[in-house]
Design a protein around this ligand. Structure first.
Ligand SMILES: [Zn+2]
Length: 302
């Protein structure tokens, strides 16, 4: 080890960025008190950065990222003066490392989303904010109305898919009456890859809470994507798992898979509160995005 003063690792964070060439990337940043030496290697998709002359001024462990490309980042202090950062992407990706002088000293690992962008190319989704107009849907104990809140969540979903080049078409963009038949009909007319209805659950018991996903029974991919969305949604929102159910509204023929996501339970006091937060709308959208991403990766090129 050099005689240089030991660098202290003070923070690790990540965010999704567009780089100078307009490519979408995950940027994982390690903040430290000064520069340190490192070696980078790969193990499958994982990117492993071994740092020397460092001590962690933060707890060892795992940071859940779940941004679409990177699942998590782990920090392990292997011995006095050595630490390992393991970045776990869920898909193949290229990466580069950039260091930036300053206080704190930042070492950034930038992972490219090119694989995902290619996978998403040409995909089209129909997003259906449930209810609307005279049909209010559920109502919370402090009078939040389902038809209004699902519209906000649907917009967050459309934003997220739009950023990665997936085309979305919404069944409604305002508070309007839409016939039940015309909702899935739009997915057929648009030749969509997937229909996603956005709802909340309602229960007479205000203690009941959680998320569930209903699926279109006539198409087996519906169950597959429903399971993936539910798993990722619960991961993001940390609410109870109410399971997967067949959708009566989506009991229509056709090859296009369809789901109805009951994001949380509007009649639950706590979850109605969650539904008032734009942060939660975004998290719900991220959960839905991650489920759909996994589904597209699972079905491969067709
Ligand atoms: Zn509903």
């Amino acid at each position: 080890m050099s005689s240089r003063k030991q660098s202290r690792i003070t923070n690790i964070w990540s965010k999704v960025i567009k780089d100078g060439s307009g490519n979408i990337c995950t940027k994982v940043v390690v903040e430290a008190t000064s520069a340190f030496e490192y070696r980078v290697s790969r193990r499958g998709n994982d990117v492993i950065l071994k740092a020397a002359g460092v001590a962690a001024n933060m707890p060892e462990g795992t940071i859940e990222v779940n941004d679409g490309l990177v699942r998590k980042v782990s920090l392990i202090q292997t011995s006095a003066g050595e630490a390992v950062f393991e970045i776990h992407p869920e898909h193949p990706c290229e990466y580069r490392v950039e260091a930036a002088e300053g206080i704190p000293f930042r070492t950034a690992i930038i992972l490219n989303w090119a694989f995902l962008i290619k996978m998403f190319k040409g995909k089209k989704l129909v997003i259906d904010p449930g209810h609307g107009g005279d049909d209010w849907g559920g109502k919370g104990p402090v009078s939040l109305i389902e038809k209004n809140v699902v519209l906000l969540i649907a917009r967050a979903v459309e934003d997220l898919f739009g950023q990665v080049g997936i085309q979305t078409v919404a069944t409604r963009a305002a508070d309007e009456n839409i016939s039940a038949d015309s909702r899935f009909e739009l997915a057929k007319n648009e030749k969509a890859d997937l229909f996603i209805g956005i709802h909340t659950y309602s229960d007479n018991n205000s203690k009941v809470g959680g998320a569930a996903v209903r699926y279109k029974p006539s198409c087996k991919d519906s169950l597959l994507v429903a399971g993936m969305i539910k798993e990722e949604l619960i991961q993001k929102l940390k609410v109870a798992d109410r399971g997967l159910k067949e959708s009566r509204e989506l009991a229509v023929p056709g090859e296009i898979p369809g789901v109805e996501v009951e994001v949380v339970t509007i009649t639950n006091w706590v979850e109605e509160g969650l539904l008032r937060s734009p942060t939660i709308h975004k998290k719900a959208a991220e959960g839905i995005f991650n489920g759909v991403r996994k589904y597209f990766a699972n079905i491969g090129g067709h």
